[in-house]
Ligand binder design. Structure first.
Ligand SMILES: NC(=O)c1ccc[n+]([C@@H]2O[C@H](COP(=O)([O-])OP(=O)(O)OC[C@H]3O[C@@H](n4cnc5c(N)ncnc54)[C@H](OP(=O)(O)O)[C@@H]3O)[C@@H](O)[C@H]2O)c1
Length: 271
């Protein structure tokens, strides 16, 4: 029997030479930047605070001997995706990690529409724009990777973080669909759903606090699942609480069933 030849690529071949880490200067995002640099990828670090971006770029270069570029900008600005794509147009970007996310706790009747639209830009519009653009070249190259940071707060509609919760549900649903679609082109897609993590939102929590994981923990969980599953929950507390409402195996079965239905539909329409 002829076994189809499949090239085994290492991390750098498959996801390099450049990664964009949107929200990659500190906390969980900083850990994602360090992890991909430790695997030999050059990194474009994006965040608002220019001094922290510069510090991260310098650390990546000296710690891992890779190239790194900083792009200080606000991912909630409408022109952010275009600015990122212009600044990286000459780079071969094989990996997108979209980490930035705007959380918030408030009764729904107190929300301000303009602020919620800004939240949509940070949490949905920018990751959507970057993914749609960058996946085109990945499809042509037949390799690449996309990681979108969702949240355990997106598993069910969560009161008092309702708009955040809905944006995070968008991200993991989008990732599930892309996982099934883009696997045909050798591209890995994952959405990570962490629970409480020491990071920008919980910066004063000491490591080892019960119920809190570190950014490094999340990165390890993410790369363990990457290339195998479309989603992964991270954090013991998360798994013990909302975990029971997130049956990954059942969801994957459903995603693949829907893929077949829509593949057949596209054939019917000659697409
Ligand atoms: N921490 C948690 O408990 C937790 C739980 C569930 C899900 N999550 C998700 O995990 C991701 C990381 O959250 P985190 O709180 O742990 O943060 P973090 O990774 O510790 O830090 C956030 C990073 O994103 C950058 N950033 C934030 N807003 C940005 C913006 N508008 N434009 C550009 N860069 C921006 C920050 O730098 P600047 O401030 O300099 O911009 C920083 O580099 C988010 O998507 C969040 O929703 C976190």
């Amino acid at each position: 029997m002829m076994v189809p030849e499949r090239k085994i690529m290492n991390f750098k071949e498959k996801y390099g030479p450049w990664a964009i880490v949107a929200g990659g200067s500190e906390g969980m995002g900083g850990e994602f930047s360090s992890y991909v640099a430790s695997q030999g990828l050059n990194v474009v670090v994006i965040a608002r605070n220019g001094a922290k971006v510069d510090a991260k770029v310098a650390a990546l270069k000296s710690d891992f001997g890779v190239e790194a570029i900083g792009l200080p900008l606000d991912l909630g600005d409408l022109d952010a995706p275009a600015r990122i794509l212009e600044a990286t147009k000459d780079l071969e970007v094989g990996m997108l990690i979209y980490n930035a996310g705007l959380a918030g706790l408030s009764p729904v009747q107190n929300l301000d529409l303009d602020y919620e639209l800004y939240r949509l830009n940070v949490n949905v519009r920018s990751p959507l724009a970057l993914t749609l653009h960058l996946c085109k070249a990945m499809v042509e190259r037949k390799k690449g990777g996309i990681i979108l940071l969702s949240s355990s707060g997106g598993v069910v509609g969560t009161p008092y973080i309702q708009t955040y919760s809905a944006t995070k549900a968008y991200l993991f649903t989008f990732a599930e669909a892309l996982w099934a679609e883009l696997s045909d082109y050798g591209i890995d897609v994952l959405s990570v759903l962490p629970g409480n993590t020491i990071g920008q939102n919980y910066s004063d929590v000491p490591p080892g606090t019960p119920g809190f994981q570190t950014g490094r923990d999340v990165v390890e969980v993410a790369f363990d699942a990457f290339g195998k599953h479309p989603t992964v929950l991270s954090g013991e507390t998360t798994i013990a609480t909302v975990g029971k409402y997130f049956d990954r195996a059942l969801r994957e079965e459903g995603v693949l069933m829907m893929k077949q239905i829509f593949v057949d539909m596209m054939k019917q329409y000659g697409m």
